[in-house]
Design a protein around this ligand. Structure first.
Ligand code: ATP
Length: 509
């Protein structure tokens, strides 16, 4: 009643003030500002921090395991674990304690969230998802309250949907469950303790039954308490896809796209070694965008090639370089490509002069097979390929440029791998066991030997520079097959003429 009297009185007072000639504008502005502040404080700040939503509202998940490419072992392990959730009577019969937590570990974008969603679908569970960073607050107790809310919300959701089970998914669990150091008190000690308490409270007989699924890229960072039996005691590795899995993932994401006949998904899978599922999805999407921009009815092999470059190297830049710079970059890239093709036939997928990200040009290599173990020979070959650009510049211009900095970094990293893996003349050593000088000498010995071998290869194939340079400068891109044809053709050219041809070209440039 009081409210109504105040609301009714305000316009009467305003009308009276206007009538007696008072300027009411400042009062109205002040009233507006005050009401805005009042609204903000009550609706936003006034709400307890713990009440803020932590979970992402996920509608009923529809992801199925067969929509996840590759990851066969991980899917099998996950399904086996989920069977414990489904067959609760057998658990009782055998006296098996309930499975409370599953930890998915692996690099970003490999499908951990997808797996958790598919798990919810497979078990017909309610699904709530949150990220570890959402629990970390400056205010003591807030994170712990959020953990309680999360469990409550999962159970309510399952009850509302008449489901027997609920899956709580926490991404980036390392943010909330990192190792606790010493005895210093931290807000997220409380949050972590609350999570452990909630997990300990999970029983076979409760309804709905809850399963925690967490994901991390850094399992080694997690507090031991989280990993002990009875908590996250099942770890499932969700790794980068191999060649076969990449093909499957590409097929899943191209199902709804109009592909031209020249698209070879297997070749795309070969060219995308070390790509994650998320990157592969991005390749298919970018290829479709290129086709759309060109108003092409179908997505062609060329669109895929651009898309791979974009995902691997970044967006094409408009960096204008001088013609001398362009020519130097072209010869530098040809140096890499020649060595690559000589030491690993069929390995060049593309030589490009289009600046992308930080690179002014690049050679895309496509390994014939995924490789996870390297012999000394493999490492030396990779070092020679990295040195090929600088050696080409040396031979053609009498000196190197700053364009070889990244190549040298890569070469030095590989030299360190040789030494660290006990493949150098130092024998089986740890780097910090060896004196600085001895280490330096061994690094220089390896590099100098490989520089000499690289020079020998480029001297033998020197005519290729002259033969391929103009084509590369004109077209900007040489695909692997075109480059291989030039490599063969150039060998048939008289070597002397070709060197003269290059020298004349460089003098005229
Ligand atoms: P992060 O660790 O960064 O959270 P994640 O491992 O949880 O990443 P997801 O979020 O599951 O990765 O994957 C991101 C996207 O990548 C998915 O939505 C999907 O489009 C694609 N993707 C990843 N892996 C696969 C796969 N195995 N099969 C099909 N698509 C995949």
């Amino acid at each position: 009643m009081g409210k109504e009297i105040v609301i009714g009185a305000v316009p009467v007072v305003v009308a009276f003030l206007v009538f007696i000639g008072v300027n009411v504008a400042p009062f109205i502005i002040a009233a507006l500002i005050l009401s805005f502040l009042f609204f903000f404080v009550t609706k936003q700040g006034g709400m307890s921090m713990a009440q803020k939503r932590t979970t992402v509202d996920v509608p009923k998940t529809t992801v199925k395991f067969n929509e996840i490419g590759g990851q066969e072992r991980a899917k099998k392990e996950l399904k086996e674990a989920l069977d414990f959730l489904i067959h609760k009577d057998s658990l009782k019969e055998y006296g098996i304690r309930p499975l409370k937590g599953l930890l998915l570990t692996g690099p970003p974008g490999t499908g951990k969230t997808l797996m958790a969603k598919a798990a919810a679908n497979y078990t017909n569970s309610a699904f709530v998802a949150a990220s570890g960073s959402q629990f970390v607050e400056m205010y003591v107790g807030v994170g712990a309250q959020r953990v309680r809310d999360l469990f409550k919300e999962a159970k309510q959701k399952a009850e509302k949907n008449n489901q027997d089970t609920a899956i709580i998914f926490i991404d980036e669990i390392d943010v909330l469950g990192g190792k606790r150091e010493g005895s210093q008190h931290r807000e997220y000690d409380q949050t972590l303790n609350q999570l452990l308490t909630e997990m300990d409270g999970i029983t076979t007989s409760e309804h709905p039954r809850v399963l925690m699924v967490a994901a991390t890229n850094r399992a080694d960072m997690l507090d031991d308490a989280l990993l002990r039996p009875g908590r996250f005691d099942r770890q499932i590795v969700v790794d980068l896809p191999d060649m076969k899995a990449r093909k499957q993932i590409l097929e899943i994401h191209t199902k709804n796209k109009p592909l031209a006949a020249d698209v070879d998904i297997e070749a795309v899978a070969r060219d995308t070694f070390n790509f994650s599922g998320a990157q592969l999805e991005s390749v298919t999407n970018e290829a479709a965008i290129y086709a759309f921009r060109e108003e092409s009815k179908e997505i062609t092999n060329r669109h895929f090639s651009h898309a791979i470059d974009k995902v691997m190297m970044g967006e094409q830049t408009d960096r204008e370089s001088t013609s001398e710079e362009r020519e130097r970059v072209a010869n530098h890239e040809l140096g890499h490509a020649i060595v690559s093709e000589v030491v690993r036939p069929d390995s060049v997928s593309q030589v490009s002069l289009r600046p992308r990200g930080q690179a002014l040009g690049y050679v895309r290599q496509s390994p014939q097979q995924d490789r996870y173990l390297y012999t000394l020979e493999n490492l030396e070959q990779q070092i020679m390929i990295a040195l090929g650009g600088a050696v080409a510049e040396e031979m053609l211009y009498g000196g190197r440029s700053t364009g070889s900095r990244n190549d040298f970094e890569q070469a030095l990293r590989l030299v360190n791998t040789i030494i660290d893996s006990g493949l150098s003349q130092l024998g089986i050593v740890k780097m910090d066991m060896v004196g600085k000088e001895a280490l330096h000498e061994e690094r220089q010995r390896i590099l100098n030997e490989l520089l000499d071998q690289t020079r020998a290869i480029l001297r033998t194939y020197f005519p290729v520079f002259g033969h391929a340079l103009n084509h590369l400068l004109r077209e900007e891109v040489l695909n692997g097959d075109e480059f291989r044809v030039m490599l063969v053709e150039a060998q048939a050219l008289p070597k002397k003429n070709n060197i003269e041809e290059i020298e004349t070209h460089l003098m005229n440039a």
